[in-house]
Design a binder for this molecule. Structure first.
Ligand code: 9Z3
Length: 313
């Protein structure tokens, strides 16, 4: 009998641009396969669950993509090559520093009778230069590949392809699953083709999305260092749920966080122990990001994992 996840893939056609993304992934992987560059696949942002095939309405979630996009920058700082798999229009590494009005506020408009010019305000030059330098270097070294998804279906197809293509990197590869993926969906045969008419109240029935960590850990990237995130709103459940996931899927690390304070505090849960990473008020006020500390911890653990594996081989 086909498992839930096999059934899921067989009942959802593959997204139109998947082949193109797979080609980009193969090029990226080939570039880093011979050598010792470490590679991380970062997933980021929320997924949508369409209510109609011709989608006007969808179920969404709060994720802005801050965790994934900032972590990507810190992984690049540490020499990793990154596949950044993100929700369309969510935050992206580097450009996130200039999103919204932030960018406009960094510019001066100079209008004279000889013409108009736009300059970066002098106090912003060092900051922009720093971001731009890192961005250009990541691209020039071929260390950043950005791929996108919108729906939970696109996410699951792309994730499977990415895992299968990155699998030959074995223990050199980290999976850092920070995207907030919907747990519920509407099967295509139960979905309205056209916009649901607003003539009467609707009851929508949502099915459970298969737990994709199961095949991911055991079949797709069995030798990679897999890190998942666990989000809760009830603190009494958080650590138990994280441990439950570790026991069930047998991967390496769950980073547990609460909706109420996830920008400032996470708990790292491993098979052996758990410990908190928390920004102090001074660190927050100084503009530090918790992802810098999370990534440092993950990289250290990845190092131990590789050393442990090579000791055994
Ligand atoms: C997270 O917990 C991420 O840290 C956030 C980041 C979504 C809170 P933002 O994008 O938010 O910075 O706004 N991701 C949750 C991943 C998730 O849903 N995991 C599944 C679960 O908890 C298992 S893989 O059941």
């Amino acid at each position: 009998m086909a498992s839930n996840w096999e059934e899921f893939y067989s009942s959802h056609p593959q997204p139109a641009n998947l082949n193109k993304d797979e080609d980009l992934l193969r090029d990226f992987c080939a570039r880093h396969l011979n050598g010792d560059t470490r590679v991380v696949l970062v997933t980021s942002g929320g997924t949508t669950v369409p209510l109609e095939h011709n989608t006007v309405r969808f179920v969404d979630n709060f994720s802005a993509g801050t965790r994934g996009s900032s972590s990507t920058e810190y992984f690049l700082d540490r020499g990793y090559a990154v596949v950044f798999m993100h929700r369309v229009k969510s935050l992206q590494p580097f450009s996130r520093h200039f999103s919204g009005q932030k960018f406009l506020n960094m510019l001066d408009l100079n209008e004279t009778k000889d013409g108009t010019s736009i300059t970066v305000t002098s106090e912003n030059v060092p900051r922009i230069a720093d971001v731009l330098r890192k961005y250009k270097s990541a691209l020039e070294c071929g260390k950043l590949l950005e791929l996108s998804f919108t729906t939970v279906y696109e996410y699951l197809w792309l994730l499977r392809s990415a895992c299968q293509i990155l699998a030959p990197l074995a223990e050199r590869c980290i999976l850092y699953l920070a995207a907030a993926v919907s747990d519920f969906y509407i099967p295509p045969n139960e979905m309205s083709v056209h916009k649901i008419a607003s003539t009467k109240p609707q009851t929508i029935s949502l099915q459970l999305v298969p737990k994709i960590l199961a095949p991911l850990v055991s079949l797709w990237v069995p030798n990679a260092f897999v890190v998942s995130f666990k989000l809760e709103t009830n603190k009494d459940l958080l650590i138990d749920k994280a441990r439950e996931a570790l026991n069930k899927y047998k991967h390496k690390l769950v980073i547990a966080n609460m909706l109420q304070n996830y920008r400032k505090k996470v708990t790292m849960v491993t098979q052996q122990n758990s410990y908190v990473i928390e920004l102090t008020t001074e660190q927050s006020n100084a503009g530090e990001e918790i992802e810098m500390y999370i990534v440092k911890n993950v990289v250290d653990k990845h190092e131990e994992f590789i050393a442990d594996r090579s000791g055994k081989s």
